[in-house]
Design a protein around this ligand. Structure first.
Ligand code: LLP
Length: 423
């Protein structure tokens, strides 16, 4: 096993910015994102897909901060949304509706109507009820909706159970048998053009095999549909590409290998290929900067108490996720082991157990890596801790793209029960 990365001077520089100096200007905790790292990921993926008619639709949920969405819009990347809120953010950031796809099992009538009115590219439909609702609402609006069936390929993505979506027992998508019936009856859908397939089997996938298996199942179904006269205009291969959270331990799938699996499975497909990467584009482009509040000597272990907590970064609490923790401190220090925790009042507020680190002191700066995806976007104000600031770094400059919430922002919309009403 590898020991955690050392506090090398190089670690303190992110997109040319010295994070130690930045942290002197900004109170911790805050998130910092490297624009360069995000653009590199976009370019890398696009290069791997070269020659294919492929469109990236960034999974907004991974990091929905407007500045990140702006960056996506500038790079020509579309959006995969799962709510009206994400639709609003995406449009607001300049992502055109014709590059937006809408996924999710719980789209409400209101949300479907809004997406129809906006003229989004495609609905990834996950149930018969949703399909009929879409038909009815599109008919009311005299609009032709474009739809893909989300296939549940019954494939084990070999990832954490809470982020696995492609097994038959998961709530997502429909079986190929059910999708077959939808296409057989598609002639009755006067306002839905059912001409796409969609699959997304899970997240933080570190092997190409589950992707290959799911794509092969979808491709076999596409060929069957075409043979039966159903033209398929697009196949959406979802997201799920894993990233490196633990240096030396996680071995992500190379974009070239992922693209090769797509090329192979969809060989001969003449339509458009859509991809919904979230984590891959932003996770390693983000770090969370936090300071040591104190060291607490426990009965069995020492606790390193940080000023960041589970409300700022939920992944370790929710999925037991590993994030590399890198103190940005000078000088030679003894190494020791800590349980790394936040100030929130529950035991789950733990970033790492028994983690080997240099000996730290109150005020020391600590960087938590790999927090660009599902960090800020899953944050809450639990324990009345205001949402942390977010900073975008680009070519040795930095810009605040989200101010730390003030208490007034935190309670916006709240009021004492004054104006009672009869229900
Ligand atoms: N497409 C669909 C339909 C999805 O549900 C998701 C993620 C994605 C694309 C993007 O997946 P990605 O490329 O990011 O793996 N909060 C969890 C991850 C939940 C993923 C939910 N769906 C975490 O922090 O690990």
């Amino acid at each position: 096993s590898s020991s955690p990365p050392d506090a090398q001077d190089a670690d303190a520089f992110f997109d040319g910015v010295d994070l130690r100096r930045l942290a002197e200007r900004l109170p911790t905790p805050f998130h910092a994102y490297s624009a360069h790292a995000i653009r590199q990921r976009i370019d890398g993926l696009q290069q791997a897909l070269h020659g294919l008619d492929a469109t990236l639709c960034y999974a907004v949920k991974a990091n929905s901060t407007l500045a990140i969405l702006h960056l996506m819009a500038e790079a020509g990347v579309g959006a995969d949304i799962v709510s009206s809120g994400e639709l609003w953010r995406s449009l607001h950031a300049g992502i055109p509706a014709e590059r937006i796809v809408f996924s999710g099992v719980g789209k409400t009538e209101q949300e479907i109507a809004e997406a129809l009115a906006a003229g989004i590219l495609r609905f990834n439909v996950e149930s018969a009820d949703e399909l009929h609702t879409l038909q009815r609402l599109a008919s009311d609006l005299h609009i032709a909706a474009r739809a893909a069936v989300r296939i549940n390929p019954d494939v084990d993505a070999q990832t954490h159970a809470k982020i696995s979506t492609g097994k038959a027992e998961n709530k997502f998508g429909v079986s190929i048998a059910e999708a077959r019936r939808w296409f057989a009856e598609a002639g009755r859908l006067t306002h839905v053009r059912l001409d796409g397939l969609h699959v997304h089997i899970g997240s933080q996938i570190l092997s190409v095999e589950p992707f290959r298996l799911a794509l092969q199942r979808v491709a076999a179904f596409w060929r069957e549909l075409e043979a039966n006269g159903h033209a398929i205009a697009s196949i959406d291969v979802g997201g799920g590409l894993g990233v490196c959270y633990r240096a030396g331990q996680d071995h992500p799938v190379a974009p070239a290998d992922y693209a090769a699996a797509i090329r192979e499975a969809l060989a001969g497909f003449r339509g458009r290929i859509l991809l919904e990467p979230g984590r891959y584009l932003v996770a390693e482009a983000g770090v969370l900067l936090t300071r040591v509040i104190r060291i607490k000597q426990g009965e069995r272990q020492n606790f390193l108490v940080l000023d960041a907590a589970m409300n700022d970064l939920l992944r370790p609490s929710l999925y037991d996720a590993w994030h590399d923790i890198v103190p940005l401190v000078d000088g030679q220090r003894e190494r020791t082991r800590y349980d790394v925790v936040g100030p929130v009042c529950e035991t789950g507020d733990t970033f790492a157990r028994d983690r080997e680190l240099p000996e730290l002191r109150p005020g020391d700066l600590v960087m938590i890596r790999g927090t660009g995806a599902y960090g800020a976007s899953m944050a809450s104000t639990y324990n009345s801790r205001p949402l942390a600031a977010e900073v975008l770094l680009d070519q040795r400059r930095h810009a605040i793209v989200r101010h730390r919430q003030r208490f007034e922002d935190m309670v916006a919309g709240e009021q004492p029960a004054r104006d009672w009403d009869m229900a």
